[in-house]
Design a protein around this ligand. Structure first.
Ligand code: HEC
Length: 190
């Protein structure tokens, strides 16, 4: 009888462990899919607007389309997806403590030779009595990004940016810098 109990306890232990592992695996798979969708949708809108109206028109894409895509995908996937950075343009995108820590670690990992596009980090975070699954994926600075995030931003782009974002910190980036990251958080049911 005792043996049987030990066995069933071991089984329970194993089962709950597997559930947690699956939950995290599923979260990571869904996060990857959501990020891919976010990145491709935004990039095609951005590149399209740059071609048709140049950077001044494309600012509207980043200003209005990016938050809309984020909201649509958050609803579709059932978790919160956004973009953040150590230097943000929109104060709504400001990194929280956990995001700041991960972004700093991405900088260290980049210095150590990891490629920006492969930098990801995922963790289960406990806050008081609630738990969340969180994940981040770094975003590299490409040539097209410099028109609005580089050092010498042409007019009238600079004026439009300053009008829309008086607290803009997201300039002065160079090709190959980490521009920021996609960030996802999913609250776990108790
Ligand atoms: C036409 C101008 C323009 C171009 C080109 C551009 N961005 Fe932005 N970017 C913006 C604006 C405007 C925002 C603020 C969006 C908002 O209000 O949420 C922004 C915000 C961001 C953010 C969110 C964090 C923050 O600073 O608020 C990231 C990350 C980002 N851009 C990355 C990129 C990358 C990577 C590229 C190149 C592939 C790029 N951007 C190209 C204008 C631009």
């Amino acid at each position: 009888m005792k043996k049987l109990m030990i066995l069933s306890c071991a089984l329970i232990g194993l089962t709950s462990h597997t559930v947690i592992a699956n939950e995290q695996q599923e979260f990571q798979m869904q996060s990857k899919a959501a990020i891919k969708e976010f990145a491709t949708t935004l990039k095609s809108a951005l590149v399209g607007a740059m071609k048709s109206g140049g950077p001044t028109e494309a600012i509207q894409v980043c200003n209005q389309v990016a938050p809309t895509i984020a909201a649509t995908l958050s609803e579709k996937y059932g978790f919160e997806i956004a973009r953040t950075s150590l230097k943000v343009r929109n104060p709504d995108n400001k990194a929280d403590c956990w995001e700041r820590k991960v972004l700093n670690e991405f900088e260290v990992r980049k210095q150590a030779g990891e490629e920006i596009k492969t930098l990801t980090f995922s963790e289960k975070v406990t806050n008081g009595d609630s738990q969340e699954l969180r994940m981040m994926k770094a975003i590299p600075t490409g040539a097209v990004c410099l028109k609005c995030h580089g050092s010498n931003i042409a007019e009238p782009v600079q004026t439009s940016l300053s009008e829309l974002y008086p607290e803009d910190q997201a300039t002065g980036f160079s090709l190959g810098d980490i521009r920021g990251a996609f960030t996802i958080r999913k609250t776990l049911e108790q």
